[in-house]
Design a protein around this ligand. Structure first.
Ligand SMILES: Nc1ncnc2c1ncn2[C@@H]1O[C@H](COP(=O)(O)OP(=O)(O)OP(=O)(O)O)[C@@H](O)[C@H]1O
Ligand SMILES: [Mg+2]
Length: 366
């Protein structure tokens, strides 16, 4: 039986964040939200480095936010996770589950004994000789990374109910199926615009730019078709700024978040631009990969979220590079707000940070 209140926990590179959601309500109600910044280095590139520090921060978060339970759905997103779309002879889901390790070893770059495996059957299709085949989204997480996560939660007195992929959580909060209408970019100079008009897209990319990790997921009607977890994020820009200015990380971070020509040298501006462009190009590369996949649907839009997506003019850059309409995601349109004890402008300012914890909690809504 699903309880009403479910807590989604996001352990990010820059902060831990948790959302308590009443998943039985329609729309779901965000009842509580809390976050605490992590000291630099406790989590690096989405991986827990210092279990004690992270665990202490979680204990503090639970103390502050007065969550009703210690059971959590926790998200993971880092380089120790592999997500692949594979094709294999059709079989019952129960048979695949029973023989998963054997079935998928050839598709993985790591030994199956070192991995925790999961899968989602996407569709069935006829093979070359008309035999029944199926496409499966395969997830392999390195066992030791998961063990470290579970240890950290237990040290804080928390119980992981489920461990879920951050990219899947993003779909739950940000995929707005009703907005996937033929939306056409109104810029004549974008490659592929004609094609887009003739055959409007039915897929949507969600891009979460964090401090150390950029999550990219493309879904078709809510089904994940492509997942990429990149080691890149807003911190790359801060580091580059700190180097070029010879200033502390904190100073560079402050400058990055309040970029004005008066405060910033030309050289520093150029560095920011370059880094941003690299980031955008990496996203574009991933989307190209999706587009080259067999049976990929056309992309109708790119939705951005995460702290790193706050960089000025990112939407324009993303549109210009991908040729697809880019928008900021609005997780607050998926949930109703309970009595959060936060001022309205505080909540709006935190909007790009709640996509993940809320989406994790919504994983228990079914
Ligand atoms: N107003 C802003 N302008 C530019 N960048 C910002 C702004 N606010 C936050 N950021 C950047 O967003 C990043 C943090 O984003 P977020 O909180 O989503 O990451 P995280 O979830 O902690 O980490 P990750 O998902 O990478 O593990 C930092 O690099 C921070 O500098
Ligand atoms: Mg994050």
């Amino acid at each position: 039986m699903v309880r009403n209140m479910v807590i989604g926990l996001d352990i990010g590179t820059s902060a831990v964040r948790a959302a308590e959601v009443d998943v039985k309500k329609n729309p779901p109600v965000l009842a509580r939200f809390g976050q605490i910044t992590l000291p630099s280095g406790a989590v690096r590139d989405g991986e827990i480095i210092d279990e004690q520090v992270v665990s202490d921060t979680l204990t503090e978060l639970w103390g502050n936010a007065r969550f009703k339970s210690k059971r959590v759905i926790v998200g993971v997103a880092n380089q120790r996770i592999i997500v692949r779309q594979v094709e294999m002879p059709w079989m019952e889901a129960s048979d695949l589950e029973a023989g998963l390790a054997f079935q998928v070893q050839d598709h993985l770059p790591i030994p199956v004994e070192d991995a925790i495996l999961d899968f989602q059957i996407l569709e069935e299709f006829p093979g070359e000789e008309n035999e029944r085949m199926m496409r499966v989204l395969l997830v392999a997480a390195q066992r030791e990374m998961i063990n470290s996560l579970v240890r950290t939660l237990k040290m804080a007195g928390l119980r992981p109910k489920t461990i879920d992929l951050v990219p899947f959580a993003l779909i739950r909060t940000l995929a707005l199926e009703h907005r996937l209408q033929p939306e056409v970019v109104d810029r004549a100079d974008i490659d592929g615009l004609d094609e887009l008009e003739k055959d409007p897209g039915t897929a949507e990319a969600i891009v979460d730019i964090g401090a150390g990790i950029t999550n990219i997921v493309v879904h078709e009607q809510g089904l994940p078709r492509f997942v990429r977890i990149l080691v890149a994020g807003g911190d790359d820009i801060t580091e580059a700024l700190s180097t070029v200015m010879g200033s502390s990380y904190e100073k560079a971070e402050d400058l990055k978040c309040h970029l004005t020509p008066e405060r910033t040298s030309e050289e520093a501006m150029r560095v920011v631009e370059e880094r941003l462009q690299t980031m955008v190009e990496e996203v574009r590369g991933s989307l190209e990969y999706y587009r080259a996949q067999t049976k990929s649907a056309r992309l109708a839009r790119v939705v951005l979220t995460g702290g790193g997506a706050q960089m000025p003019h990112l939407l324009d850059r993303m549109e210009a590079s991908t040729g697809v309409r880019a928008e900021m995601g609005h997780p607050l349109s998926t949930v109703r707000l309970g009595k959060l004890g936060m001022a309205h402008d505080q909540i709006v300012a935190a909007e790009s940070l709640i996509s993940v914890p809320v989406g994790l909690a919504l994983g228990d809504a079914l």
